[in-house]
Ligand binder design. Sequence first.
Ligand SMILES: *Cc1c(COP(=O)(O)O)cnc(C)c1O
Length: 815
Amino acid sequence: MAAHPLRLPAPEAVFSDLLTDSRRQANPETTLFFAIPGERNDGRSFIPELYEKGFRNFVVQYGHGNRLRPNDIPKANVLEVINVVQALQALAEYHRRQFRIPVIAITGSNGKTIVKEWLSELLSPDFSVVKSPQSYNSQIGVPLSVWQMSRRNNIAVFEAGISKPGEMMRLEAIIKPDVGIITNIGTAHDEGFLSREKKTAEKLMLFQNAEYLFYREDGGNDVGRLIEKLKFKGPKLQPWHARQEGADNQGRPRVRLLTEGSAASYILPFADAAGTENILHAIAVAQHFGLKPVDIQRRILMLRNVAMRLAFRKGINNCYIIDDSYNNDLGGLLTALEAMHQKNRSVKEGMTLILSDMYESGGNRDELYKQIARIVRAQGISRFIGIGPGLSRHTVDFGAGSSFYPDTEAFLTDFPNLTFRNELILVKGARVFGFERIASALQEKVHGTRLEIDLNAVAHNLKTYRSLLRPQTRIMVMVKAFAYGSGSYEIANLLQFRRVDYLAVAYADEGVELRRQGITLPIMVMNPAAEAFHQLIQNKLEPDLYNPGIMQAFADYLLALPELNRPKPKIHLEFDTGMHRLGFRSHELELLIDLLKKYADLWEPVSVFSHLAGADEPEHDAFSHAQIEDFYTSAPFLEMALGKPLIKHILNSAGISRFTYAQGDMVRLGIGLYGIEPNPEMEGLLQPVGSLKTTISQIIHIKAGESVGYGRKGKAKKDSAIATIAIGYADGFSRRMSNGKGRVLVNNQTAPVIGTVCMDMTMIDITGIPASEGDEVTVFGAGLPISEMAKSLGTIPYEVLTAISERVKRVFFQE
Ligand SMILES: *Cc1c(COP(=O)(O)O)cnc(C)c1O
């Protein structure tokens, strides 16, 4: 790849880290930044900011670099290339060629990341594994993953994903795998390919030079058949299949795995189909690398079904906990630290790391701990707690602000003497240390009912909607009502990181709370009350002025303020085109224009919008089209009168997917972000975000004819098992769910409510369902969609979500 040094004031510069995303934490002195041009975010535009932070080495695209003024970045080395992404790939390709260790590559439509995580976990006691961080499997993610290979490693596990033809060739050249796994071929990214076969053929290119290819022969997916049909030659094919052989005494499935030339039985830690398939992929390959079935068996029972998730929870004394008390290796530590920085972006809390010894094999331990000490310093960790004899030998390397304990017990004994306050705490330990006890000591104590929020799903849904829109269309996200019950701050923080353009709340208080927690995105307030005007100004919140009355009131308020040298407040204008909730009516258009002219000096109008009344229901489509037309006809009159363009927006979630043509300059995404869309076409594209879970407090057995609960409303028709669960109408589990109306999931089986729902508890009939006290119960979530609960209540998911009371703890998950 030809690189033209545009400017090279410091040609002796060396770098060891690559960066493509300016938001990520990196050491300026050792990093080479690749300014990737993009429609929305142009990497080049972050160079001045990075230069300011001390970064000195940049790769820019031909034709882009000359727009950087040399005086702005006098000491920077700038390399100009024809294509930045390809330059990054070429560098990774070169790096890969320096290693002779076995490289395993995983592709397929689903399960890549989890198979990679599990396989690495199975291998790591015997090998020093390097693996892709998180789900780095794209044209940019793969080179960054491969770049992590170092002399310390003796095996590599990378994942590769593609969305268009032609991409796999390039990934193949970078990864050059020896062993392949193809997980399955589903419908994801089907739109990019002519047929399922073409897509499979493209995926298989990854393995054209590999020695072995593992895949599942039987089962619901077509991989085996497609491979046969395509007559794929190259690697030795290693199909496996599995037979269920009953269960052990704890009800865990026993499965016999048959591979080329071997057969072994395993007890699996979970029973769901996807989890089973994923673990069997990992086992088949672990066997191939010589692991003994007894060792594999021991290790798989310790895997969690959500292995790569970091749980993010509210802790004691205003702390936040990132709980990664499950695996501990250098790569995992870096990933977790990165997640920590992402969280800490807006709230500047103290950062604490509680870390155990590492049991990674290979390499020099002392060198490893010294390296960790350097990382801890570079990452701005203010408090370090090392647990284990290994770390304890390195107290000098960690220096001030650190403390050490020989084991977890010693730490827990000392715990009452320690204070944790306003800290963001990363708890990361190898499994043997049992760090979940530390995480639970730090966690805020609330009753066991919780709403689990999958932040990855939020990001996925945002991306899905973005893909429907033109790149230049802005996105405003509605985070009103505690972000539809999902937790305003955490959602807003994620959206800020993902660079949405605007947030909107219903009332000023909601906006104030977001500002207090450090959210800096512009925020529109839909229903600003006159009493809250001072809050708007103080917190840079932008009101929607929706009728002449509120507009006049805001003008009067501003006129009465002392003359100060402050920026003009930004305002938004709303038209009522048929919703009849808020907004200027069409006969008020002239009055509105008069007011805007009269008060032109007071404020800065930035947007004009309207709201669709029936965007989600085809029966109202004619009405919706009329609203859209009315809006786009009236808005230009305002722009003419003001002599400047306004951001025009009318689409809500259902509008985005059903009336995409009307996206204007911005859309207002709401419920769809949370994974719920009335439009059936979107159903498969979105991921559910929230799961409401509780636990069984007690199980009793009653005789036929006995009654259950208040008013003796529940009657046992036969001898029954009754479980009391820790959720009631005060939590948002409506009393209308009483007497069989509502259903919950216990160990994947439906159990109806028996009797009336109480304030804090509910009784359910679990006759015939294997369950014990303390078991988890799903109120809605995987296997029981929130839409079903809404249906049995005769309402819509919006109401179910926002009715979940604040006392229900929100738990956030993120990769
Ligand atoms: C709530 C709201 C939205 C978002 O609606 P969804 O149906 O949740 O997508 C958009 N615009 C306005 C004015 C709203 O009040």
